[in-house]
Design a protein around this ligand. Structure first.
Ligand code: TYD
Ligand code: MG
Length: 451
């Protein structure tokens, strides 16, 4: 009989410890250690090469770089995968509950004319069929399999010889080889290890759906992220319609890719030109609205920033942000107060990035400052102006990366003017644009012209 031992795992980051500890030394979380039984015999189960393998000269090794990629039939998904599905790859799709992980995988499954094994431990085959009916198209090669035992799944996969396997979700699978509870770190690790072995040996791509924990990381995150080839993360507010699929890790492509989708009544629809949907048509003459060009992944996006500045009626002024860093906003307010001489400390300030996106790009700084200024003065801005510049503590306008891409996006969408930093003028291709590029080095100067 296999010798069993128990180990403690941090449920937040997957760190292993021989004894219980209150605070995880690795991720700093409290009370996350849980005892799990692991059997000794499976210690090497995660190794994916067959036992007989031996070292191969690199020159004689088959070329991995030119591996065929299969298109998923969903352009935005292909983009984040680095061009399509690579044979034998293990892809983890993470995201909050209800964000659309099952939907996108099912959509891929029924769109592709390939033999698919869709394993679901969360929903019955009937439930999945209902979802497929909502999405519309059907495929006669998509097989639904409601099962949670890993050995059964692997047995079926061996029998059936699918082209692609989808596991919904990895946290619901369990392996008989170890005794830990379903969804525990050691189970998830073990199941992923065995599936990886299967994927590499058979050359079949495997998609794993993974739930995220409260901080937005995939549960058992570090362990899983190390093991798989590609990690895709679904982001967005599940109450709003737009969803972003981001590449967090990719052994077969770039990690700066991003795909955008819209959830509607019949599944996820690709958004091929995000800027167009993000800037909503609006009433002319509204103050407190300004447009900024950000770069998400490799794609420039034009976002609408909205600010509301109104006198504080009592107590401390309130500040609140949606989709933007709170501290960064307070910094920008301080800069404006000091460098533009406006009294913002007696004002409530609310800031919102329209469309439910969360952004961190400092190139939005200037757009945010102008939205705040416009609301404070109650002077609307022209709707054919946009911004791409960072603001420094001295009120100086700082250059941003990929300025050509940003200007190009603004031009493509028909803006007439873009405000950038003087220091960005050195970029070589600026002269070729038809859009009027206005450059400044100080916020006060720029606002003097703008308002
Ligand atoms: P789902 O894929 O089940 O999310 P996850 O697997 O990430 O938990 O998506 C669920 C949400 O999407 C659900 O709240 C309903 C919504 N939805 C639509 O709005 N339209 C549709 O066509 C489908 C299939 C789902
Ligand atoms: Mg699901």
């Amino acid at each position: 009989m296999a010798k069993t031992k128990t180990v403690f795992f941090c449920q937040s980051c997957g760190t292993e410890s021989a004894k219980w500890v209150g605070k995880c030394p690795s991720c700093g979380e409290w009370n996350t250690y849980v005892e799990e039984v692991v059997s000794k015999s499976t210690a090497s189960a995660a190794a994916f090469t067959s036992e007989k393998s031996k070292p191969i000269n690199i020159k004689e090794t088959g070329s991995g770089g030119t591996k065929e990629r299969t298109s998923t039939g969903i352009r935005e998904l292909d983009r984040v995968l680095g061009g399509g599905i690579v044979d034998g790859s293990l892809v983890l799709v993470g995201g909050e509950p209800g964000i659309g992980k099952s939907t996108i995988m099912l959509q891929m499954a029924i769109k592709l004319n390939k033999k698919i094994l869709y394993v679901s431990g969360e929903e019955s085959a009937e439930q999945i069929k209902m979802r497929a009916d909502r999405i519309g198209t059907t495929s006669d090669q998509c097989f639904l399999y409601a099962e949670t035992s890993l050995s059964e799944v692997i047995r079926q996969a061996d029998d059936m010889g699918p082209d692609i396997i989808i596991i919904d979700s990895i946290q619901t699978l369990h392996s008989d080889r170890i005794e830990a509870a379903i969804g525990s770190i050691s189970q998830v690790k073990e199941c992923t290890g065995q599936l990886m072995k299967f994927a590499k040996q058979k050359g079949v791509p495997v998609f794993l759906i993974g739930h995220v924990n409260k901080d937005g990381a995939i549960a058992g995150p570090k362990v899983l992220e190390h093991m798989v080839d590609t990690v895709l993360q679904f982001e967005g507010d599940r109450h709003l319609t737009y969803r972003i699929l981001r590449t967090v890790k990719n052994r077969f492509g770039s990690t700066s890719e991003l795909g955008m989708f819209e959830m509607n009544v019949n599944g996820l629809r690709e958004v091929t030109n995000p800027s167009e949907v993000l800037i909503s048509p609006r009433e002319p003459g509204l103050s407190g609205i300004s447009l900024g060009v950000t770069v998400e992944g490799n794609r420039p996006l034009i976002l609408e920033t909205q600010a509301l500045v109104s006198p504080t009626s009592y107590g401390n002024p309130q500040r609140s942000t949606t989709g933007y860093d709170y501290k960064r906003m307070t910094m920008l307010l301080a800069v404006m107060e000091k460098r533009l001489g406006i009294r913002l400390s007696t004002q409530d300030v609310f800031l919102n990035i329209a469309g439910g996106l969360k952004v961190q790009d400092t190139a939005l700084d200037m757009a945010i400052c102008s939205a705040i200024f416009s609301s404070f003065e109650d002077v609307p801005m022209g709707d054919d102006v946009c911004f791409a510049a960072e603001i420094g503590l001295g009120g100086e306008i700082r250059p941003v990366s990929r300025i050509e891409n940003r200007i190009n996006e603004a031009q493509k969408l028909g803006f007439k003017e873009i405000y950038i930093s003087k220091h960005n003028l050195k970029a070589k291709d600026i002269g070729q644009f038809k859009i009027k590029v206005r450059s400044f080095s100080k916020l006060s100067e720029a606002f003097g012209q703008l308002f």
